[in-house]
Design a protein around this ligand. Structure first.
Ligand code: B12
Length: 227
């Protein structure tokens, strides 16, 4: 086996280990596995997509099959938040250290009625790492709160996250509220989250769709004309 292959093998093993601990809802072991992966030099994007993302897909399948219940979903969220405390600070200190100049302001949040924030938090971190000033309004954010903060901060971008199909209408209402406020011509809108697609984003009246955090952060820069 060549050196490169051995390294790849070790990376795959570490990511598999991380997935296993997350799916088993073991916070301590998950956190340890995440730290080991970061220390071994596995890039953050891989840890998030092949580790955290795939593990949560498995948790979701078990929930769909009735093997996991809401309490397990809650625990999975908590375990992943633990993992993220190991992983996300490395993005800020990592390759993007030079990008501290603020290139624009983004007001981001999870729309009204929706409490999912893991994905949104990762997107915020990637956007900050690319030099954007990010104002995170949290979860269950009413349309008028988005509008108020966009006006106050003079943000150029509004970012909306939504994980439930039932809260897609809240995403629409938020975009409409921005239109009604008269601010829409000066503010670009980027949307994302599990039920959102490129087509849906267009239908909702957004300017861009990000399928994951790196994509969302890159598209935000593009909206500002600063690729
Ligand atoms: C963890 C979890 C929870 C946790 C959330 C904890 C937290 N702090 O976020 C808790 C327990 C609170 C929860 C509750 C519920 N959940 Co839940 N949950 C999940 C689970 C397992 C993981 C979500 C997640 O964090 N994914 C990982 C992140 C990294 O991915 P992501 O969010 O998609 O984000 C990425 C992209 O989408 C994108 N992105 C996201 N937002 C944005 C925004 C922008 C601007 C951009 C550019 C990109 C972007 O980038 C992110 C990073 O790469 C999913 C299943 C799944 N696989 O998604 C179910 C899931 C979303 N939940 C579901 C359900 C049904 C619920 C409940 C209704 C359950 C209940 N019976 O009460 C409640 C609803 C509560 C509420 N009002 O919101 C369903 C939704 C089904 C549907 N069709 O709508 C899912 C799909 C599970 C399932 N298989 O049924 N949940």
């Amino acid at each position: 086996m060549r050196l490169g292959e051995a390294h790849l093998d070790q990376s795959n093993f570490m990511l598999e280990n991380l997935r296993k601990h997350i799916v088993e809802l073991d916070a301590e072991e998950s956190r340890r596995a995440a730290r080991e992966a970061v220390d071994a030099g596995i890039d953050v994007e891989s840890i998030l997509s092949k580790g955290v993302g795939l593990a949560l897909e498995e948790v979701s399948r078990r929930y769909d099959r009735g093997e996991y219940f809401l309490s397990e979903l809650v625990m999975a969220g908590e375990v992943v938040n633990e993992v993220l405390t190991e992983v996300l600070p490395r993005i800020k200190k990592g390759e993007n250290e030079a990008a501290v100049i603020e290139k624009g302001t983004v007001v981001i949040g999870t729309v009204q009625g929706d409490l999912h924030d893991i994905g949104k938090n990762i997107v915020s971190t990637f956007m900050s790492a690319l030099g954007l000033r990010v104002i995170d309004l949290g979860v269950d954010v009413p349309p008028e709160r988005f509008v108020e903060e966009v006006r106050r901060s003079r943000a150029q971008i509004m970012g909306l996250s939504c994980l439930l199909t039932t809260t897609l209408p809240a995403m629409k209402r938020t975009i409409e509220a921005l239109q009604e406020s008269g601010l829409r011509p000066t503010v670009k809108i980027i949307v994302g989250g599990r039920p959102v697609t490129e087509t849906l984003a267009r239908e909702l009246g957004a300017d861009a769709y990000g399928h994951d955090a790196p994509d969302g952060a890159r598209k935000a820069l593009k909206l500002l004309g600063r690729e």
